[in-house]
Design a protein around this ligand. Structure first.
Ligand SMILES: *Cc1c(COP(=O)(O)O)cnc(C)c1O
Length: 398
């Protein structure tokens, strides 16, 4: 309904009722403190600071010089990129994909996550979202007119889902669920049995599964993250999102994919063909080059993150903060010192150490009592943050 009045507000209810992103509050405070001359180190950033590997840039340069690449891509993405995704799944996971029907190019995986929700959810239907989890699942469900239901994760057991904590009533109205391993913000990693359990649960309750594998290649210590499509029969009910953003330091390029169940992929492509016309061809071709590569650039990245992680873990231990050593992502997820809320701890870190961290509550109610540190800042800045953090004192920390 349109409202009268001197100044018309055209914003929809769904946009007006979208909860504000907690993190923007800190960005504002950061500006105020910086204006006062304070040096702020931002460990809240969720994107790699490292550059895109050169061989990918070279491929882009070559592709951009060919005028044929200046035209529209086909709606589902160019065949070269879709074949490269299928090649990667075959060689890395041993999973067969038909590039025609089981692979779709995305303009970054966030776009696909939002469009999947539009493609499957009718107003009022439920989507299970991991809590704590990537905030986009919840906000995209809200914008699509769906209803988010928290899927609690077990902090004492690798943050695997606690399905029996979702009520039968909520389940009856649930059509879709999201999973994300290696996880943002928890850095949780799992073995294939977690996905076997997820597929079994989803089939039993007729729920489509969307696994977000944005950090599939950001792993350490010989750990290899599984694909949900390695579970036999998973293609009947599941899709997996992938991104080149985190693994190949390509956040700004906007290139990712969704693979798996044909019907879900078809439904996403219907939304997309009425919304966008896929990604710029040279970007898709450069992305294909990355996926055909021997993945050796990942080792360099991952060893940089690993080195930073060791430094930060040492600092946290010196502060008597309990932390588990992650096997994936460039995040550390840890408990705030006793007696403080996530927000109080984040404020203390900013005001007394000039270090921005993300309060756990930015990732859902279950994030209370935790905070996330990003390791995607230059090593010397991270070292400076570590030095400052070691000076802080917490009452009651143990
Ligand atoms: C960064 C991130 C994404 C989005 O990646 P793009 O492909 O750049 O859109 C998706 N999921 C999670 C969990 C992320 O951290």
């Amino acid at each position: 309904m349109k409202q009268g009045g001197s100044r018309v507000d055209f914003t929809s209810e769904r946009i007006k009722t979208l909860p504000p992103y907690i993190f923007s509050q800190f960005q504002q405070k950061k500006k105020v403190l910086e204006a006062k001359g304070m040096d702020i180190i931002d460990l809240g950033i969720g994107a790699p600071d490292l550059p895109t590997p050169n061989f990918i840039i070279e491929e882009l340069k070559e592709a951009v010089l060919n005028p044929e690449n200046h035209r529209y891509s086909s709606y589902n993405g160019c065949v070269e990129f879709r074949e490269a995704v299928a090649h990667f799944y075959k060689t890395y996971y041993g999973v067969d994909l038909d590039p025609e029907t089981e692979v779709l190019t995305l303009i970054g995986s966030k776009e696909g996550i939002a469009n999947l929700i539009h493609a499957v959810i009718n107003p009022g239907e439920n989507v299970l979202v991991p809590d704590p989890g990537y905030p986009v699942y919840r906000s995209a469900v809200h914008i699509a007119g769906g209803n988010s239901v928290s899927l609690p994760l077990d902090p004492d057991n690798q943050y695997i889902p606690l399905y029996d904590q979702v009520s039968e009533k909520d389940l009856a109205n649930t059509k879709l669920m999201f999973l994300n391993y290696p996880g943002n913000p928890t850095a949780a990693t799992v073995e294939l049995d977690t996905f076997v359990e997820a597929i079994t649960f989803a089939k039993q309750h007729q729920i489509a599964v969307a696994h977000d594998s944005a950090y599939n290649l950001v792993t350490f210590d010989g750990y290899k993250a599984p694909s949900i499509l390695q579970v036999p029969g998973s293609k009947e009910i599941a899709v997996e999102f992938g991104s080149l953003s985190k693994s190949f330091n390509m956040t700004g390029w906007r290139i990712g994919y969704v693979v798996g169940n044909k019907d879900l992929i078809k439904a996403i492509s219907v939304v997309k063909s009425n919304t966008d016309t896929s990604q710029f061809l040279p970007i898709q071709k450069a992305g294909a080059k990355a996926l055909y590569s021997d993945l050796s650039t990942l080792e360099e990245n991952n060893s940089t993150y690993k080195e930073r992680m060791e430094k930060m873990i040492e600092a946290l231990q010196a502060m008597n903060i309990r932390v588990e050593r992650p096997r994936g992502t460039f995040f550390i997820w840890a408990k705030v010192p006793d007696g403080l809320s996530s927000m109080e701890f984040a404020e203390k870190m900013l005001e007394e150490a000039g270090v921005i961290i993300t309060p756990g509550t930015a990732f859902g109610p279950a994030g209370e009592g935790y905070f996330r540190i990003s390791l995607s800042v230059q090593t010397e800045r991270l070292q400076e943050a570590v030095n400052r953090m070691k000076q802080l004192h917490f009452e009651g920390a143990k």
